[in-house]
Design a protein around this ligand. Structure first.
Ligand code: ZN
Length: 202
């Protein structure tokens, strides 16, 4: 009996180690990040409509609840809404705008505050080449107005992932897949996305 039990334990621990090694992540980061205690500061939504204001708030709440401090993890995202889009504690800006057929449902810009206290874009139109104070996700209403609420929220959460420092992931289950608009159901931040953000800030 004792030997049998030992064998069972050995086999199950082997299976466990196999399943653990299968959990490989595919997230990618661009190597720069939001400065300071951004995770407990503010987000701003320029459009207060049901279509975007409420959905953007749901998107932020999804990130807030996906990345909580727990055993072995210190990062706790807890962004609150503010009515000021330009305050230095406003770290995430979500701006639904009609930009016409530019090919992007969402696009993220990164900003720093210069020595005069003015907001200045960093490497405009590309990933930042230094740490940054805030990110602005432009949601292109030209495309997203016809999307379901779930798809709108996916696009906003995906752009927020870029603001947090993530590039596209090759994990097909990730919120950070390049073609997130191909998903018609809600994809909240997945293990791959959460691990990516933790790898940057923990
Ligand atoms: Zn993207």
């Amino acid at each position: 009996m004792k030997v049998k039990l030992k064998i069972i334990m050995l086999v199950s621990s082997l299976l466990l180690s196999l399943s653990v090694t299968k959990l490989c992540y595919a997230y990618a980061t661009f190597g720069y990040k939001l400065k300071g205690s951004w995770h407990k500061e503010y987000y701003y939504v320029s459009d207060k409509s049901d279509d975007y204001g409420n959905i953007a708030t749901k998107a932020v709440k999804s990130w807030n609840s996906a990345v909580k401090s727990e055993k072995n993890h210190s990062l706790n995202i807890n962004l609150s809404q503010t009515s000021s889009g330009s305050d230095k504690s406003t770290r995430v800006v979500i701006s639904p705008l009609d930009r016409g057929p530019d090919g992007y449902s969402g696009f993220t810009y990164y900003y720093n505050v210069d020595i005069f206290g003015e907001w200045k874009p960093i490497n405009y139109g590309g990933y930042p080449n230094k740490n940054y104070q805030s990110g602005s996700a432009v949601i292109n209403k030209y495309y997203t107005d016809s999307y379901s609420d779930e798809k709108k929220q996916n696009v906003i959460m995906h752009e927020m992932g870029h603001i947090f420092g993530l590039k596209h992931s090759t994990n097909s289950k990730s919120l950070m897949i390049e073609n997130i608009t191909s998903k018609s159901t809600l994809i909240t931040p997945q293990a791959d996305d959460v691990s990516g953000v933790r790898s940057i800030y923990e």
